[in-house]
Design a protein around this ligand. Sequence first.
Ligand SMILES: [Cu+2]
Length: 486
Amino acid sequence: MKCYELKKSFIYLIVFINTLLIFTNSIFSTTGKYNSYDWKTKKSTGEIKAILTRPPYVPPSVGNSLAAKLIVDMEVIELEGELTEGVRYIYWTFGGTVPGSFIRTRVGDEVEFHLKNHPENKLPHNIDLHAVTGPGGGATSSFVAPGHKTVFSFKTLNPGLYVYHCATAPVGMHIANGMYGLIFVEPIGGIPKVDREYYVMQGDFYTKGEYGQQGLQPFDMKKAVNEMADYVVFNGKVGALTGDNALTANVGETIRLFVGNGGPNLVSSFHVIGEIFDRVNIEGGTAINENVQTTLIPAGGAAIIEFKVEVPGTFILVDHSIFRAFNKGALGMLKVKGNENKAIYSGKLQEGIYLPEGSTIQVMPDENIPPEVASTKSERILTGKHIYNRTCLACHQLNGSGMSNVFPPLANSDYLNKDVARAIEIILKGKSGEITVNGKKYSSVMPSQLLSDEDIANVLTYIYNSWDNNKTYVTPKMVKRIREKL
Ligand SMILES: [Cu+2]
């Protein structure tokens, strides 16, 4: 009897200690900010100021901490920025960036949202968060004129990755100018830890001038209504995720991409060249699809994408509506460093890099095209032009103009004109690493081109004798000599 009582109280003690441990753990651990707890109502009274991050960064996980009152402080800022090199645009932003600051919260949080409209702004704005259960997703309560602020609150009922955006008339125009971002509501207990998390959001832009037309470009309402986008970009501008701005990772790491699509019009066929998504939270919800090549992200929608990187190289993020990627800017990069794994990927390419689609032309021998014979300089120029259009144009663009931050120009290129042997070598071997062309840095990948000596001589003669280059005449003999030395 006595023994039994002792055992019972011992069990009580254990249970008590355990409960205490669990409480202190959830109150003090993970973020270290949850330090108020109302013992009567058994609710956290913690008021936490939300950590907001600019793209491509994501705030730290909130893990399995208790729900709390989360203060989100966001400012609407209208500012001039660069859509691509030499093209200025007036962006309207949540927090000064496109997409707007990333908000991370958890199910059960009471979010107190402070929206400020900077006094120097010209227009009123508001916010509609898809994570809100309530009229207008908050839009009806958050309309705010320049120089004012508004506060409203909501409870996060559903976990998931949600888009937020401005919903002030004309709604399409506010979104087209960059007023969108993501809010992630973690499920109870949090989500599995990964090595790296990034924030990527697609958007389409409509300008008075065509793609690349220089100067300050006003918004074009007619093109927007007709859904004729001039730019389709990740994170607000061409090249926001290329070159020095590329996302980075190491071999063996697991990456989680929080990908949204602000639209206003276009649906994204999101794809990473050379990777397969191990897991995708479809449309940002709870359902997980596995082993996905391309995931559809609706305008005003999102997806959580996870994959492990097994081999080094540059992996290209695209909207696989592919002209958008190569001609309108929807192209980003994930640079993975580490040791090669020949069992998973080996090939004649350097660093195990997967060829972007634009270059499949070179890998397939031109079986159906009879070889064109050229013996004079002018014949080489003519033949070279056909080779250029088939082989190089996809990247270096019409008239050798290149694409800012991604593909260097061949027109009037100081780099090209300085050294013929080097140019021949680049075509034979491909090129990666940083180079400077006409004062601008490029750090990208050109795959080797499977062309004959004859073809290389012709295409280079064409390029050297076009677009203000220095008129060098390249012969098959010159190419042969360099090929033999490689
Ligand atoms: Cu707005």
